[in-house]
Design a protein around this ligand. Structure first.
Ligand SMILES: Nc1ncnc2c1ncn2[C@@H]1O[C@H](COP(=O)(O)OP(=O)(O)OP(=O)(O)O)[C@@H](O)[C@H]1O
Ligand SMILES: [Mg+2]
Length: 316
């Protein structure tokens, strides 16, 4: 069977701005695939090409084996798209919104009430279905968008930053929604710049930056690949500390983060921690804070790009 999503050397520019540059992705059926990257990395642009809303400059993209440029209607039948921004749905009730959306998908008119009810139920919005959309909280509005994405039972569901701007409870609702679909064997492409979200939900992730795949694999593979432990050191003299420890046997790699912290990738923090302390003392370099942790996807991103996704993503 063809992969759920496949792109080959996909490229899209906006004037001089290369938004997507030679992007190769392969999403298998049943994957919950995370497209991870900072603001402006090209996640939404990729998704808009996959959902046939934007034409690529060159390269190819296929959804369930159908080419997005040559067979757009085949693609649209198989893909559900929940946009990054909540869609404005005016004075209608939740149920009316979903039913109108179903009509836009050309679903058989007689089946629409039943399909709408099922979609509302799937996102826990049935009890609120007959209230006006304008009275919904942000989390409820997002859930309504998710319901609309499910209406035509798409083979591939594409969610662009589904939990952006939601409170903790609503985020958990979205996560449950994705986890349920995953158990049901759905294929989901999830764009996010929340690494914890990707780590929790996805069996595979591609980290993209400047429109290219920087690294991809399962979250645990990626985390293992950066080493067993990460030691973080805050000091006023990060460059000098780096110079004196980078030749040590136990150092795999050192990156200085955006805030000037040293991130030291090591095999074993039990060896590295005392050594860092000792070297700091010997060279008279004050250490303000020394911590260690298991690598996170943040560390993977940092190691491959030299930048911290957390800070890049949070920047206004
Ligand atoms: N319609 C457009 N016209 C001009 N430039 C665009 C357009 N859409 C996107 N871009 C540019 O393409 C690049 C990728 O943007 P995109 O929206 O795909 O990023 P993203 O990864 O979704 O970011 P975010 O996390 O902020 O949603 C950015 O440099 C952006 O400014
Ligand atoms: Mg986006």
């Amino acid at each position: 069977m063809s992969p759920a999503i496949e792109t080959v050397a996909l490229r899209k520019t906006f004037g001089d701005n290369v938004a997507i540059d030679a992007l190769d992705l392969s999403v298998e059926r049943g994957d919950v695939f995370g497209l991870l990257g900072p603001n402006g990395a090209g996640k939404t642009t990729t998704i808009r090409m996959l959902t046939t809303l934007l034409a690529p400059d060159s390269g190819a993209a296929r959804v369930c084996g159908f080419d997005v440029s040559a067979q757009p209607s085949e693609v649209r039948q198989r893909i559900g798209y929940v946009m990054q921004r909540v869609a404005y749905r005016g004075l209608l009730t939740g149920r009316e919104c979903v039913e109108i959306e179903a009509a836009l998908y050309h679903l058989p008119r007689r089946e629409i009430p039943v399909l709408a009810e099922a979609a509302l139920d799937a996102v826990g919005m049935l009890p609120h279905a007959d209230r006006r959309w304008t009275t919904y909280s942000g989390g409820m509005q997002k859930r309504l968008d998710l319901a609309c994405g499910l209406l035509h039972s798409p083979e591939v569901l594409v969610l662009d930053e589904p939990s952006l701007g939601l409170d903790v409870q609503s985020r958990h609702n979205v996560w449950e929604f994705v986890a349920d679909r995953r158990l049901g064997g759905a294929t989901i492409l999830l764009a996010t710049n929340y690494l914890d979200e990707a780590d929790r939900l996805c069996n595979k992730v591609a980290i993209i930056d400047h429109g290219r795949v920087v690294v991809q694999g399962s979250p645990s593979e990626l985390k293992r690949s950066v080493g067993a432990d990460v030691v973080e050191v805050a000091t006023r003299e990060p460059e000098r500390l780096r110079r004196v420890i980078e030749t040590e046997r136990w150092v795999k790699k050192i990156v200085i983060g955006e805030l000037g912290d040293l991130h030291i990738f090591v095999e074993d923090a039990a060896v590295a921690l005392p050594a860092v302390m000792r070297i700091g003392l010997e060279h008279g370099i004050g250490l303000e804070r020394v911590t260690y942790s298991q690598p996170s996807l943040d560390d993977v991103f940092l190691l491959h790009t030299g930048r911290e996704l957390r800070e890049v993503a949070m920047a206004p």
